[in-house]
Design a protein around this ligand. Structure first.
Ligand SMILES: [Zn+2]
Length: 68
């Protein structure tokens, strides 16, 4: 069981550090702004606000997005 958890953590760390786009983004969950089953996240770095279908925050930073 511990081995499985360790593998999951290792995999998560690889995902986090392999994707440089998320390096400057710090997503914060705010359940008060959830709507229609979507989960609200706000980036503390660039201020972008998004709703995701899953609990996990977006995998990219929107600081360089065209609409920002
Ligand atoms: Zn950001």
């Amino acid at each position: 069981m511990i081995v499985v958890v360790g593998l999951i953590i290792a995999f998560a760390l690889i995902l986090i550090f392999s994707d440089r786009r998320t390096r400057n983004c710090r997503w914060r969950r705010d359940r008060r702004r959830d709507a229609d089953g979507m989960h609200f996240h706000r980036c503390m770095t660039c201020g972008h606000e998004v709703w995701t279908e899953g609990e996990k925050p977006p995998k990219m930073c929107y600081s360089n997005a065209p609409d920002k």
